[in-house]
Design a protein around this ligand. Structure first.
Ligand code: SAM
Length: 264
């Protein structure tokens, strides 16, 4: 009610250009603040975080890079989800994608990450009545329950091959018969070099194999129970158009896998 009255009054006074100018100034201010945060967290910090605050994309980085990868991941993940589904979001980070892309479609979402700072950020910024955040290590404490969708997005490369095999087994147990596992993972650097991920929280190190290592590894674990669903499997290569940046582009692959009908 209040918004409409104020808006009508401002329109009567022909103040729309002033409001637009104010918003432009606020956007510039916000972009400046988020660029500073990005530089502090990711450029000059000795130990950058393991999760990315997507407010940085929202307020500055997307405009600067013109790379929609973060949004693409959210959209592709949500395409695998039916209205009213039950979602388990593994390694949810700060909850931005969980909230904006999954929780609007799902009946319920359980989102889990082992970084207390990420979970605190998610609880502070992305509350919803159908969304529960848990701080837990999915290697040892994956939430119980039955789910129509499991999202494991931008995190697979944080685990060793043995851990991936065990986690996939636990995912299978939790997925319903036609359930879908979806997510994104780094396959390789454009240079073809192996990717080194340091897990700062537990001081573990994981070296990812080159080529299409992560993706074929996943498929290997899912066979013969899992099949790539032709309806939902999507492949996407995201990267900025500028040749200078292209050397930093990583291959990425979206996978969506349904268990075979023989299971359960
Ligand atoms: C690159 S972030 C991705 C976050 C989120 N899925 C997104 O797309 O924004 C990877 C996340 O995996 C989490 N993670 C790594 N190892 C984990 C573990 N063993 N159990 C739970 N979360 C873990 C990290 O804390 C981090 O938040």
């Amino acid at each position: 009610m209040g918004w409409k009255i104020v808006a009508k009054l401002l329109n009567l006074l022909h103040l729309l250009p002033v409001v637009k100018a104010l918003n432009r100034f606020l956007r510039l201010l916000t972009a400046w603040g988020h660029r500073l945060q990005f530089t502090m967290e990711w450029v000059v910090a000795r130990h950058p975080p393991e999760w990315f605050d997507h407010f940085l994309d929202n307020s500055w980085k997307w405009h600067q890079s013109r790379n929609p990868l973060s949004w693409e991941r959210g959209v592709f993940g949500s395409l695998a989800m039916q209205q009213g589904c039950r979602v388990l979001d593994l390694c949810c980070g700060g909850g931005f994608i969980t909230y904006h892309f999954f929780s609007g479609r799902a009946a319920s979402v359980v989102a889990v990450d082992f970084d207390p700072k990420a979970i605190a950020h998610a609880r502070r910024n992305f509350k919803a009545s159908n969304l529960v955040y848990r701080c837990a290590d999915i290697r040892t404490d994956m939430p119980e329950g039955e789910f129509d969708n499991v999202s494991w997005d931008a995190a697979i490369e944080h685990f060793t091959e043995t851990e991936i095999a065990q986690i996939i087994g636990n995912i299978k147990q939790r997925l319903t018969r036609n359930g879908v596992l979806s997510g994104y993972t780094i396959i390789e650097k454009a240079t073809g070099n192996r990717i080194l991920i340091t897990n700062t929280n537990s001081n573990r190190k994981k070296i990812w194999s080159s080529c299409c290592g992560a993706f074929s590894l996943m498929l290997g674990y899912l066979k013969p129970d899992g099949v790539i669903s032709s309806k939902t499997a999507v492949t996407s290569i995201s990267g900025p158009a500028k040749p200078r940046s292209r050397s930093m582009t990583v291959g990425c692959d979206k996978f969506a896998v349904t268990p075979s009908p023989t299971r359960r």
